[in-house]
Design a protein around this ligand. Structure first.
Ligand code: NAD
Length: 490
């Protein structure tokens, strides 16, 4: 029996619950089925996670950390299998997929170490009392996870929530549920502390709205994020949101156009543009714009597009037909509005949901490809006359995830990181950043810290405790309940 067959999760016989097909984006073929999800399945998952809370939260933090480290080792032993499954249902080139699994393993190990070190504070109280701030588990944490980097995102969020003493209901994307199910199986978290809930919004919406969920972490599109936030607002529940982006790349005068094209090609075409911080729009100074656009089109044409499981593939397919239609609509509308198509822009014949790396120049600033998240392999370039114009246009968006600036000018670099209204600014590198960074997205790109040590603050509830001694008892000054003398707290 193949990996896929063993992982296929049909709905229990006789339940009548609707099923969803899971497709291989490289072929369009069905590789598994999952239950579509329902209010009942969400209720059952939350009830199980709640029932697991006393046992799991009473384990010492170091014990929870040790359990997670052992879980990370099990995932590491099966990393190639998990990566293959992720590519089969998500389309990523296999090397990138393995990189995502390894990032997930690293995140589990990091939170397993950091969790037990997550400290509260002692306060400056009087000598007769003890005043402290402690981090307590919030309770049941719901994770709504997207399909574009599913194993890495799930590993980090599951580990952070669990090590802090919460229990988890993990709802993966309905587009990548098979790697999620295998991940949960490999993690093998005891006490029932990790519950898997399969399905689409029919499972996700009742989960987000559930009165017994204490924190919802949603990583996904801005439109879904709004719905999740509204569901949480009804019960004044906390939502942590890591949402979509429309990241700009600014190319200043004096930058080598060939080097900029290398960087931009990686930023726009990695994972077929389906990364939350993909380069989605480019503002190139008029002194370098034409040379840059030509160099970028050359690189786009050289990229080897194919099924993710083929070793020499550099760019895989889009996730599904709906995503391909959206990407093609953005490109076609930009061309109709006067944009110049340098390469790509045509839906290929054949199986799967492939779309070619596409370069557009002279794009109208009101085009959807400049204003809305495209999430595809499209580099949309505008030529600007000044660095000021680039900054102004870069900020003319509701999104605020990240931005990249290529500039030889120290003054412009300083100006850019101060003025760009985003969570992350990268100067002279399209990817990268030291470990531990935890940006807060701006605007419509989210709320709170979804990464880094700060995620441990988000998944815990800060309680202030003022611990004063009781006055002496009436008879013997002892503790009435136990008969033992009161400890002197001073
Ligand atoms: P999505 O919001 O459609 O789905 C994410 C999860 O939410 C899935 O599990 C989905 O089933 C669930 N969901 C869908 N509708 C729901 C509803 N009404 N109520 C509750 N849950 C619901 O996002 P997606 O298409 O899976 O992922 C792509 C998006 O994710 C892009 O916009 C991308 O930018 C974003 N993303 C952001 C980050 C980040 O860190 N900011 C990281 C990865 C992806």
């Amino acid at each position: 029996m193949s990996v896929i067959e063993t992982m296929t999760q049909g709905s229990p016989a006789g339940t009548g619950q609707e099923e969803l097909d899971v497709l291989d984006p490289a072929t369009g073929e069905v590789v598994g089925t999952i239950p579509a999800g329902s209010e009942q399945s969400a209720d059952a998952a939350v009830a199980a996670a709640q029932a697991a809370l006393p046992a799991w939260s009473n384990r010492a933090p170091a014990e929870r950390g040790a359990i997670l480290k052992a879980a990370a080792r099990r995932v590491a032993e099966q990393a190639p299998e998990l990566a293959e499954l992720q590519t089969r249902e998500g389309g990523k080139p296999i090397g990138d997929s393995l990189g995502g699994v390894e990032a997930g393993i690293g995140a589990i190990e990091q939170y397993a170490e950091l969790g037990p070190l997550h400290r509260g504070r002692s306060l400056q109280g009087g000598r007769d009392a003890l005043d402290v701030m402690v981090h307590e588990p919030r309770g049941v944490v719901a994770l709504l996870v997207p399909w574009n980097d599913p194993v890495a995102i799930a590993c980090a969020q599951i580990a952070a929530a669990l090590v802090a003493g919460n229990t988890v209901v993990f709802k993966p994307s309905e587009k990548t549920p098979l790697s999620a199910a295998r991940l949960v199986e490999l993690l093998a978290i005891p006490d029932g502390a990790l519950q898997l809930l399969q399905g689409d919004a029919r499972a996700g919406a009742p989960l987000a709205a559930h009165p017994d969920v204490d924190l919802v972490i949603h990583t996904g599109s801005t439109s879904t994020g709004r719905e999740v936030a509204q569901a949480c607002a009804q019960r004044l529940g906390k939502a942590l949101l890591e949402l979509g982006g429309k990241d700009p790349l600014i190319i200043d005068a004096g930058i080598d156009p060939e080097w900029a094209a290398d960087q931009a090609a990686s930023g726009a075409f990695a994972n077929a543009g389906q990364i939350c911080t993909s380069v989605e729009r480019i503002y190139a100074h008029s002194s370098v714009a034409e040379a840059f656009v030509e160099a970028l089109a050359r690189r786009a044409k050289e990229l080897r597009v194919g099924p993710g499981l083929e070793e020499d593939t550099q760019m895989g397919p889009l996730i599904d037909e709906g995503q391909r239609e959206l990407v093609h609509r953005h490109v076609s509308e930009a061309v109709s509005a006067g944009g110049r198509l340098l390469c790509g822009g045509e839906v290929p014949d054949g199986p799967g949901f492939f779309y070619p790396p596409t370069v557009l120049a002279d794009v109208d600033p009101t085009a959807a490809v400049i204003c809305d998240e495209t999430f595809g392999p499209v580099a949309a370039v505008r030529t600007v006359d000044s660095f000021e114009q680039a900054l102004e246009e870069a900020n003319a968006t509701a999104y605020g995830l990240a931005a990249t600036v290529f500039t030889p000018s120290q003054a412009n670099a300083q100006r850019a990181w101060r003025e760009l209204r985003v969570g992350t600014v990268k100067i002279n590198a399209v990817w990268g950043g030291a470990p531990g960074g935890a940006a807060e997205p701006a605007g419509a790109s989210g709320l709170g810290h979804g990464y880094g040590p700060e995620l441990l603050d988000e998944v815990t509830h800060t309680k202030v405790v003022h611990l004063a001694p009781a006055p002496a008892g009436p008879a013997d000054g002892g503790n009435v309940a136990s008969g033992q003398p009161e400890p002197d707290l001073a």
